[in-house]
Write a protein that binds this ligand. Structure first.
Ligand SMILES: N[C@@H](CCC(=O)N[C@@H](CS)C(=O)NCC(=O)O)C(=O)O
Length: 230
């Protein structure tokens, strides 16, 4: 019995956490099923029972793991006979750096571009929690944080140059096939796709083509989830 708690708003069919998407793809990579349990920001007591304040939370038999990177490590260690998430020895340590880059450059770069759209997906209680917790974190209003996104998106696109240069030589960060580096990078894009019609990438961008390949991975699992067409 495996269960994955995933963040949703009013629509349980529109999961939007970048971290949970990393875990969804890691489970698919390992060929493992999990029952998806919709969870909303204010339902703190549900995951507190599993020792966490955030999702993803994975319950696998009698084990509970939280934090997307810890879950990836757990899956690699517990299911070594399934395809490797980290591309073998050494990959795990290397991808730890990539996880930090994904959090800082991708999640951080995308957040101001889509944050106002997230509010539209939440009911009044969750929207009030989201606003107050994020405004406390950013020390400014959500509207100020989100201001001028048409100009900010240029800087975000430029920040993807190392990614773009890599994709000149290989279709995935993992090489010929995706691995956990791709799931780290894709989670933030799938988050944006789920919540916002704002265009992050131009169609002639190698990163756009990579995102298309990721949307098609595992039988189009991510593409089948509710999102805006980009
Ligand atoms: N480092 C964690 C971050 C998890 C995280 O921030 N999850 C968000 C959803 S995207 C959350 O559950 N937030 C709860 C809250 O803001 O109260 C991971 O990689 O799993």
């Amino acid at each position: 019995m495996r269960k994955l708690y995933e963040l949703v708003g009013t629509d349980p069919e529109r999961p939007f956490s970048p971290y949970v998407w990393r875990t969804r793809l890691a489970l698919a990579h390992k060929g493992l099923d999990a029952e998806r349990v919709p969870w909303r920001f204010v339902e703190k007591e549900v995951i507190a029972a599993h020792g966490s304040e955030k999702v993803p939370v994975l319950v696998d038999g009698d084990k509970t793991i939280h934090d997307s990177f810890a879950i990836a490590l757990y899956l690699e260690e517990t299911y070594p006979d399934r395809p490797s998430l980290f591309g073998g020895p050494g990959g795990r340590e290397y991808i730890r750096f990539f996880n930090s880059w994904g959090d800082v450059a991708l999640n951080g770069g995308i957040f101001p571009l889509i944050i106002t759209d997230i509010l539209q997906l939440l009911d009044a209680e969750n929207a009030a929690y989201f606003r107050s917790s994020r405004e406390a974190r950013f020390k400014m209003s959500i509207e100020d944080f989100a201001s001028n996104r048409e100009a900010k998106v240029d800087g975000f696109r430029r920040s993807l140059d190392p990614f773009r240069l890599t994709l000149r030589s290989q279709p995935f960060l993992g090489g010929a096939a995706p691995n956990y580096a791709d799931y780290i990078a894709f989670g933030p894009f799938q988050w944006a796709r789920a919540v916002s019609p704002f265009r992050l990438l131009n169609e002639d961008d190698l990163v756009y083509a990579w995102r298309e390949r990721m949307l098609d991975a595992f039988g189009g699992m991510a593409r089948a989830s509710k999102g805006f067409s980009l």
